[in-house]
Design a protein around this ligand. Structure first.
Ligand SMILES: NC(=O)c1ccc[n+]([C@@H]2O[C@H](COP(=O)([O-])OP(=O)(O)OC[C@H]3O[C@@H](n4cnc5c(N)ncnc54)[C@H](OP(=O)(O)O)[C@@H]3O)[C@@H](O)[C@H]2O)c1
Length: 348
Protein backbone atom coordinates (compact mmCIF):
# COMPACT_ATOMS: atom_id res chain seq x y z
CA UNK A 1 0.00 0.00 0.00
CA UNK A 2 1.12 3.56 -0.69
CA UNK A 3 1.19 5.65 2.47
CA UNK A 4 -0.33 9.04 1.62
CA UNK A 5 -0.63 12.43 3.35
CA UNK A 6 -2.57 15.47 2.21
CA UNK A 7 -1.48 18.95 3.26
CA UNK A 8 -4.50 21.25 3.02
CA UNK A 9 -7.35 18.78 3.49
CA UNK A 10 -10.15 21.31 4.13
CA UNK A 11 -10.16 22.98 0.70
CA UNK A 12 -12.14 21.90 -2.34
CA UNK A 13 -9.22 20.10 -3.98
CA UNK A 14 -8.44 18.50 -0.61
CA UNK A 15 -11.92 17.02 -0.19
CA UNK A 16 -11.91 15.89 -3.82
CA UNK A 17 -8.60 14.08 -3.21
CA UNK A 18 -10.20 12.44 -0.18
CA UNK A 19 -13.36 11.41 -2.08
CA UNK A 20 -11.21 9.55 -4.60
CA UNK A 21 -8.42 8.26 -2.34
CA UNK A 22 -10.69 6.63 0.26
CA UNK A 23 -11.74 4.14 -2.43
CA UNK A 24 -8.31 3.74 -4.05
CA UNK A 25 -7.30 0.08 -3.56
CA UNK A 26 -3.56 0.80 -3.20
CA UNK A 27 -3.71 3.79 -0.85
CA UNK A 28 -3.60 4.06 2.90
CA UNK A 29 -4.30 7.57 4.20
CA UNK A 30 -1.94 8.51 7.02
CA UNK A 31 -2.43 12.25 7.61
CA UNK A 32 -4.76 15.03 6.48
CA UNK A 33 -3.72 18.47 7.63
CA UNK A 34 -5.50 21.64 8.58
CA UNK A 35 -4.03 24.24 10.90
CA UNK A 36 -7.44 25.80 11.56
CA UNK A 37 -9.28 22.52 12.27
CA UNK A 38 -6.56 20.33 13.80
CA UNK A 39 -8.20 17.74 16.04
CA UNK A 40 -11.60 17.81 14.31
CA UNK A 41 -12.73 14.55 12.68
CA UNK A 42 -12.59 14.84 8.89
CA UNK A 43 -16.06 13.31 8.52
CA UNK A 44 -17.50 15.98 10.80
CA UNK A 45 -16.50 18.72 8.34
CA UNK A 46 -17.30 16.56 5.31
CA UNK A 47 -20.27 14.31 6.16
CA UNK A 48 -19.96 12.81 2.66
CA UNK A 49 -16.94 10.94 4.06
CA UNK A 50 -18.70 9.39 7.08
CA UNK A 51 -17.94 5.70 7.08
CA UNK A 52 -15.02 6.20 4.68
CA UNK A 53 -12.51 8.20 6.70
CA UNK A 54 -11.99 7.98 10.46
CA UNK A 55 -8.96 10.31 10.66
CA UNK A 56 -9.00 13.72 12.32
CA UNK A 57 -7.28 16.75 10.78
CA UNK A 58 -3.77 17.29 12.13
CA UNK A 59 -1.21 20.10 12.08
CA UNK A 60 1.24 19.85 9.18
CA UNK A 61 4.20 18.19 10.92
CA UNK A 62 7.25 17.56 8.77
CA UNK A 63 8.42 14.59 10.83
CA UNK A 64 5.05 12.85 10.35
CA UNK A 65 4.81 13.78 6.66
CA UNK A 66 8.30 12.36 6.12
CA UNK A 67 7.07 8.88 7.11
CA UNK A 68 4.81 8.79 4.02
CA UNK A 69 5.57 7.55 0.51
CA UNK A 70 3.88 10.53 -1.13
CA UNK A 71 2.52 13.87 0.06
CA UNK A 72 -0.10 15.84 -1.87
CA UNK A 73 -0.04 19.61 -1.36
CA UNK A 74 -3.54 21.07 -1.86
CA UNK A 75 -2.50 24.45 -0.51
CA UNK A 76 -2.34 28.03 -1.80
CA UNK A 77 0.80 28.96 -3.77
CA UNK A 78 3.81 29.71 -1.59
CA UNK A 79 3.18 26.89 0.90
CA UNK A 80 4.64 23.85 -0.87
CA UNK A 81 7.88 25.57 -1.88
CA UNK A 82 8.66 26.17 1.80
CA UNK A 83 8.14 22.53 2.85
CA UNK A 84 8.90 20.39 -0.17
CA UNK A 85 12.72 20.70 -0.22
CA UNK A 86 13.07 18.94 3.13
CA UNK A 87 10.51 16.25 2.26
CA UNK A 88 12.20 15.48 -1.05
CA UNK A 89 15.60 15.41 0.67
CA UNK A 90 14.15 12.78 3.02
CA UNK A 91 13.05 10.59 0.13
CA UNK A 92 9.34 11.49 0.07
CA UNK A 93 7.72 11.97 -3.32
CA UNK A 94 5.54 15.06 -3.69
CA UNK A 95 2.56 15.92 -5.87
CA UNK A 96 1.83 19.64 -5.70
CA UNK A 97 -1.55 20.92 -6.85
CA UNK A 98 -0.55 24.56 -6.45
CA UNK A 99 1.30 26.76 -8.92
CA UNK A 100 4.60 26.67 -6.99
CA UNK A 101 6.56 24.41 -9.32
CA UNK A 102 4.71 24.78 -12.63
CA UNK A 103 6.82 27.49 -14.24
CA UNK A 104 10.41 26.86 -15.34
CA UNK A 105 11.32 30.51 -15.45
CA UNK A 106 11.58 31.74 -11.87
CA UNK A 107 11.56 35.44 -12.80
CA UNK A 108 8.25 34.87 -14.63
CA UNK A 109 6.84 33.02 -11.59
CA UNK A 110 7.94 35.80 -9.24
CA UNK A 111 6.40 38.48 -11.48
CA UNK A 112 3.00 36.75 -11.78
CA UNK A 113 2.81 35.57 -8.16
CA UNK A 114 4.34 38.71 -6.70
CA UNK A 115 6.72 37.02 -4.26
CA UNK A 116 10.18 35.53 -4.36
CA UNK A 117 10.50 31.78 -4.91
CA UNK A 118 11.90 29.77 -1.99
CA UNK A 119 13.03 26.67 -3.95
CA UNK A 120 14.11 27.57 -7.50
CA UNK A 121 16.35 24.50 -7.78
CA UNK A 122 13.34 22.22 -7.27
CA UNK A 123 11.27 24.19 -9.79
CA UNK A 124 13.96 23.25 -12.33
CA UNK A 125 13.64 19.58 -11.38
CA UNK A 126 9.84 19.36 -11.05
CA UNK A 127 7.98 17.47 -13.77
CA UNK A 128 4.86 19.11 -15.18
CA UNK A 129 2.07 16.65 -14.46
CA UNK A 130 0.20 16.51 -17.75
CA UNK A 131 0.36 12.76 -18.53
CA UNK A 132 -0.70 13.25 -22.15
CA UNK A 133 2.64 15.02 -22.71
CA UNK A 134 5.00 13.94 -19.93
CA UNK A 135 4.07 10.38 -18.96
CA UNK A 136 7.63 9.01 -18.95
CA UNK A 137 9.11 11.83 -16.90
CA UNK A 138 6.23 11.65 -14.41
CA UNK A 139 6.98 7.98 -13.78
CA UNK A 140 10.45 8.78 -12.42
CA UNK A 141 9.70 12.13 -10.78
CA UNK A 142 10.39 13.03 -7.16
CA UNK A 143 8.23 16.15 -7.52
CA UNK A 144 5.25 16.56 -9.84
CA UNK A 145 3.70 19.98 -10.44
CA UNK A 146 0.07 19.40 -11.36
CA UNK A 147 -1.23 21.70 -14.08
CA UNK A 148 -3.79 24.38 -13.33
CA UNK A 149 -7.42 23.79 -14.26
CA UNK A 150 -7.69 26.21 -17.19
CA UNK A 151 -4.24 25.18 -18.51
CA UNK A 152 -5.32 21.52 -18.55
CA UNK A 153 -8.47 22.16 -20.59
CA UNK A 154 -6.72 24.59 -22.94
CA UNK A 155 -3.52 22.64 -23.59
CA UNK A 156 -5.37 19.38 -24.24
CA UNK A 157 -7.58 21.30 -26.67
CA UNK A 158 -4.69 22.72 -28.72
CA UNK A 159 -1.88 20.15 -28.47
CA UNK A 160 -2.71 18.19 -31.66
CA UNK A 161 -2.87 21.35 -33.79
CA UNK A 162 0.40 22.79 -32.46
CA UNK A 163 2.31 19.52 -32.67
CA UNK A 164 1.51 19.45 -36.40
CA UNK A 165 1.91 23.21 -36.99
CA UNK A 166 -1.59 23.41 -38.48
CA UNK A 167 -2.54 26.81 -37.01
CA UNK A 168 -0.94 30.25 -36.67
CA UNK A 169 0.64 30.01 -33.22
CA UNK A 170 0.94 33.77 -32.76
CA UNK A 171 -2.82 34.41 -32.66
CA UNK A 172 -4.41 31.84 -30.38
CA UNK A 173 -7.55 32.90 -28.51
CA UNK A 174 -8.99 31.09 -25.48
CA UNK A 175 -12.30 32.05 -23.92
CA UNK A 176 -12.94 29.83 -20.92
CA UNK A 177 -15.41 29.68 -18.06
CA UNK A 178 -15.14 27.99 -14.67
CA UNK A 179 -17.52 27.05 -11.89
CA UNK A 180 -17.11 28.77 -8.51
CA UNK A 181 -15.08 26.00 -6.83
CA UNK A 182 -12.20 27.16 -9.04
CA UNK A 183 -11.70 30.02 -6.59
CA UNK A 184 -11.28 27.78 -3.53
CA UNK A 185 -13.33 27.43 -0.37
CA UNK A 186 -12.49 30.58 1.54
CA UNK A 187 -15.28 33.19 1.75
CA UNK A 188 -15.21 35.98 -0.82
CA UNK A 189 -18.01 38.49 -1.41
CA UNK A 190 -17.99 38.06 -5.19
CA UNK A 191 -18.65 34.34 -4.77
CA UNK A 192 -21.77 34.73 -2.64
CA UNK A 193 -24.90 33.18 -4.16
CA UNK A 194 -26.59 36.58 -4.44
CA UNK A 195 -23.59 38.14 -6.21
CA UNK A 196 -22.86 35.32 -8.57
CA UNK A 197 -25.99 33.36 -9.51
CA UNK A 198 -28.08 34.15 -12.59
CA UNK A 199 -25.18 36.15 -14.01
CA UNK A 200 -22.08 35.66 -16.14
CA UNK A 201 -18.90 37.71 -16.30
CA UNK A 202 -15.29 37.75 -17.33
CA UNK A 203 -12.45 38.47 -14.92
CA UNK A 204 -8.69 39.06 -15.13
CA UNK A 205 -9.10 40.06 -18.79
CA UNK A 206 -5.89 42.10 -18.55
CA UNK A 207 -3.85 38.98 -17.73
CA UNK A 208 -4.43 35.83 -15.66
CA UNK A 209 -1.74 33.83 -13.82
CA UNK A 210 -2.50 30.77 -15.92
CA UNK A 211 -1.36 32.55 -19.10
CA UNK A 212 2.41 31.96 -18.69
CA UNK A 213 1.70 28.33 -17.78
CA UNK A 214 -0.45 27.79 -20.89
CA UNK A 215 2.15 29.38 -23.17
CA UNK A 216 4.99 27.41 -21.55
CA UNK A 217 3.04 24.16 -22.09
CA UNK A 218 2.30 24.98 -25.72
CA UNK A 219 5.97 25.86 -26.36
CA UNK A 220 6.87 22.37 -25.14
CA UNK A 221 4.73 20.66 -27.76
CA UNK A 222 4.96 23.03 -30.73
CA UNK A 223 6.35 21.68 -33.99
CA UNK A 224 10.06 22.33 -34.53
CA UNK A 225 10.64 25.57 -36.38
CA UNK A 226 7.15 27.01 -35.80
CA UNK A 227 6.67 30.48 -34.32
CA UNK A 228 6.25 30.89 -30.56
CA UNK A 229 2.67 30.38 -29.32
CA UNK A 230 0.99 33.58 -28.12
CA UNK A 231 -2.36 33.27 -26.40
CA UNK A 232 -5.11 35.76 -25.64
CA UNK A 233 -6.85 34.19 -22.64
CA UNK A 234 -9.98 35.54 -20.96
CA UNK A 235 -11.48 33.54 -18.06
CA UNK A 236 -15.10 33.81 -16.93
CA UNK A 237 -16.99 32.88 -13.78
CA UNK A 238 -19.97 30.58 -14.32
CA UNK A 239 -22.68 30.35 -11.65
CA UNK A 240 -22.24 26.61 -11.14
CA UNK A 241 -20.24 24.50 -8.71
CA UNK A 242 -17.85 22.47 -10.89
CA UNK A 243 -16.68 22.47 -14.46
CA UNK A 244 -14.66 24.34 -17.07
CA UNK A 245 -15.69 24.96 -20.65
CA UNK A 246 -12.92 26.30 -22.88
CA UNK A 247 -13.71 27.60 -26.37
CA UNK A 248 -10.49 27.88 -28.34
CA UNK A 249 -10.06 29.78 -31.60
CA UNK A 250 -7.13 29.38 -33.98
CA UNK A 251 -6.54 30.38 -37.60
CA UNK A 252 -5.55 27.51 -39.87
CA UNK A 253 -2.21 27.70 -41.66
CA UNK A 254 -3.35 25.66 -44.60
CA UNK A 255 -6.58 24.15 -45.83
CA UNK A 256 -7.00 21.20 -43.44
CA UNK A 257 -10.62 20.14 -43.63
CA UNK A 258 -12.70 19.38 -40.57
CA UNK A 259 -12.72 15.63 -41.30
CA UNK A 260 -8.91 15.64 -41.44
CA UNK A 261 -8.68 17.55 -38.14
CA UNK A 262 -11.18 15.19 -36.53
CA UNK A 263 -9.04 12.22 -37.57
CA UNK A 264 -5.90 13.91 -36.26
CA UNK A 265 -7.50 14.43 -32.81
CA UNK A 266 -8.89 10.89 -32.71
CA UNK A 267 -5.46 9.47 -33.51
CA UNK A 268 -3.54 11.75 -31.11
CA UNK A 269 -5.74 10.77 -28.18
CA UNK A 270 -6.62 7.18 -29.16
CA UNK A 271 -4.43 5.69 -26.42
CA UNK A 272 -5.28 8.31 -23.79
CA UNK A 273 -7.66 6.92 -21.17
CA UNK A 274 -8.85 10.36 -20.06
CA UNK A 275 -9.27 12.32 -23.28
CA UNK A 276 -12.40 11.68 -25.31
CA UNK A 277 -12.76 13.17 -28.78
CA UNK A 278 -16.48 13.46 -29.47
CA UNK A 279 -18.06 12.67 -32.85
CA UNK A 280 -18.25 15.46 -35.47
CA UNK A 281 -20.94 18.05 -34.75
CA UNK A 282 -20.88 17.48 -30.97
CA UNK A 283 -20.90 20.14 -28.27
CA UNK A 284 -19.30 18.89 -25.04
CA UNK A 285 -21.09 19.70 -21.81
CA UNK A 286 -19.50 20.22 -18.40
CA UNK A 287 -22.04 17.85 -16.86
CA UNK A 288 -20.64 15.04 -19.01
CA UNK A 289 -17.39 15.19 -17.00
CA UNK A 290 -18.71 16.16 -13.56
CA UNK A 291 -16.71 14.30 -10.90
CA UNK A 292 -14.69 12.37 -13.49
CA UNK A 293 -11.11 12.61 -14.72
CA UNK A 294 -12.23 12.94 -18.34
CA UNK A 295 -11.55 15.76 -20.78
CA UNK A 296 -14.05 15.79 -23.65
CA UNK A 297 -13.20 17.63 -26.84
CA UNK A 298 -15.13 18.58 -29.97
CA UNK A 299 -14.10 20.45 -33.10
CA UNK A 300 -15.83 22.87 -35.43
CA UNK A 301 -14.89 24.92 -38.48
CA UNK A 302 -17.73 27.44 -38.75
CA UNK A 303 -18.91 27.96 -42.31
CA UNK A 304 -15.73 26.25 -43.55
CA UNK A 305 -13.77 29.45 -42.98
CA UNK A 306 -10.15 29.58 -41.85
CA UNK A 307 -10.77 29.38 -38.09
CA UNK A 308 -10.86 26.08 -36.24
CA UNK A 309 -12.81 26.11 -32.98
CA UNK A 310 -11.99 23.56 -30.29
CA UNK A 311 -14.36 23.04 -27.37
CA UNK A 312 -12.80 21.34 -24.36
CA UNK A 313 -14.53 20.51 -21.06
CA UNK A 314 -13.18 19.18 -17.77
CA UNK A 315 -14.18 19.16 -14.14
CA UNK A 316 -11.87 21.77 -12.58
CA UNK A 317 -11.58 19.74 -9.36
CA UNK A 318 -11.04 16.40 -11.14
CA UNK A 319 -9.00 16.43 -14.40
CA UNK A 320 -8.26 20.07 -13.50
CA UNK A 321 -6.78 19.19 -10.08
CA UNK A 322 -7.28 16.22 -7.74
CA UNK A 323 -8.12 13.34 -10.09
CA UNK A 324 -5.27 14.30 -12.41
CA UNK A 325 -3.02 14.40 -9.31
CA UNK A 326 -4.06 10.79 -8.59
CA UNK A 327 -3.48 9.84 -12.24
CA UNK A 328 0.05 11.19 -11.70
CA UNK A 329 0.43 9.19 -8.48
CA UNK A 330 -0.62 6.01 -10.28
CA UNK A 331 2.02 6.65 -12.95
CA UNK A 332 4.72 7.48 -10.36
CA UNK A 333 4.09 4.25 -8.46
CA UNK A 334 3.84 2.01 -11.52
CA UNK A 335 0.12 1.31 -11.08
CA UNK A 336 -2.59 1.10 -13.71
CA UNK A 337 -3.08 4.78 -14.56
CA UNK A 338 -6.85 4.45 -14.28
CA UNK A 339 -6.89 2.93 -10.80
CA UNK A 340 -9.48 4.66 -8.61
CA UNK A 341 -10.48 6.99 -11.44
CA UNK A 342 -12.84 4.94 -13.56
CA UNK A 343 -16.27 5.96 -12.34
CA UNK A 344 -18.34 7.77 -14.97
CA UNK A 345 -19.36 11.41 -14.57
CA UNK A 346 -22.23 12.29 -12.25
CA UNK A 347 -25.21 13.06 -14.47
CA UNK A 348 -27.74 14.58 -14.07
N1 LIG B 1 -10.07 24.90 -6.86
C1 LIG B 1 -9.67 24.46 -8.06
O1 LIG B 1 -10.49 24.22 -8.98
C2 LIG B 1 -8.21 24.23 -8.33
C3 LIG B 1 -7.83 23.60 -9.52
C4 LIG B 1 -6.47 23.36 -9.77
C5 LIG B 1 -5.53 23.76 -8.83
N2 LIG B 1 -5.93 24.40 -7.69
C6 LIG B 1 -4.89 24.79 -6.72
O2 LIG B 1 -4.91 23.87 -5.63
C7 LIG B 1 -4.56 24.54 -4.41
C8 LIG B 1 -5.67 24.32 -3.39
O3 LIG B 1 -6.86 24.88 -3.92
P1 LIG B 1 -8.24 24.84 -3.14
O4 LIG B 1 -9.23 25.47 -4.04
O5 LIG B 1 -8.50 23.47 -2.61
O6 LIG B 1 -7.84 25.84 -1.92
P2 LIG B 1 -8.59 26.22 -0.64
O7 LIG B 1 -10.02 25.79 -0.77
O8 LIG B 1 -8.30 27.64 -0.43
O9 LIG B 1 -7.85 25.33 0.50
C9 LIG B 1 -6.57 25.60 0.95
C10 LIG B 1 -6.12 24.54 1.99
O10 LIG B 1 -4.75 24.80 2.31
C11 LIG B 1 -4.57 24.86 3.74
N3 LIG B 1 -3.52 25.86 3.99
C12 LIG B 1 -3.59 27.21 3.72
N4 LIG B 1 -2.41 27.79 4.07
C13 LIG B 1 -1.61 26.81 4.56
C14 LIG B 1 -0.28 26.80 5.07
N5 LIG B 1 0.47 27.92 5.15
N6 LIG B 1 0.24 25.62 5.49
C15 LIG B 1 -0.48 24.47 5.42
N7 LIG B 1 -1.76 24.43 4.94
C16 LIG B 1 -2.31 25.58 4.51
C17 LIG B 1 -5.93 25.23 4.28
O11 LIG B 1 -6.12 24.71 5.59
P3 LIG B 1 -5.60 25.44 6.92
O12 LIG B 1 -5.50 26.92 6.60
O13 LIG B 1 -6.61 25.11 7.96
O14 LIG B 1 -4.24 24.83 7.23
C18 LIG B 1 -6.88 24.53 3.30
O15 LIG B 1 -7.09 23.20 3.71
C19 LIG B 1 -4.36 26.03 -4.78
O16 LIG B 1 -3.00 26.29 -4.96
C20 LIG B 1 -5.12 26.17 -6.09
O17 LIG B 1 -4.62 27.20 -6.91
C21 LIG B 1 -7.23 24.61 -7.40
Amino acid sequence: MIKVAIVGGTGYTGVELLRLLVLHPQVSLAAITSRALAGQPVAELFPSLRGHCDLAFCEPDLAQLATCDVVFFATPHGVAQAQVPELVARGVRVIDLSADFRLRDIATWERWYNQSHAAPELAAEAVYGLPEVNREQIAGARLVACPGCYPTAIQLGWIPLLERNLVEPGHLVASAASGATGAGRQGKTELLLAENSDSFRAYASGGHRHLPEIEQGLRRVQAAGSAEPRVTFVPHLLPMVRGIHATLFARLNGDSGLAELQELYEQRYAAEPFVDVLPPGSHPQTRSVRGSNMCRIALARPDDRDTVVVMSVIDNLAKGASAQAIQNMNIMFGLNEKLGLESPALLP
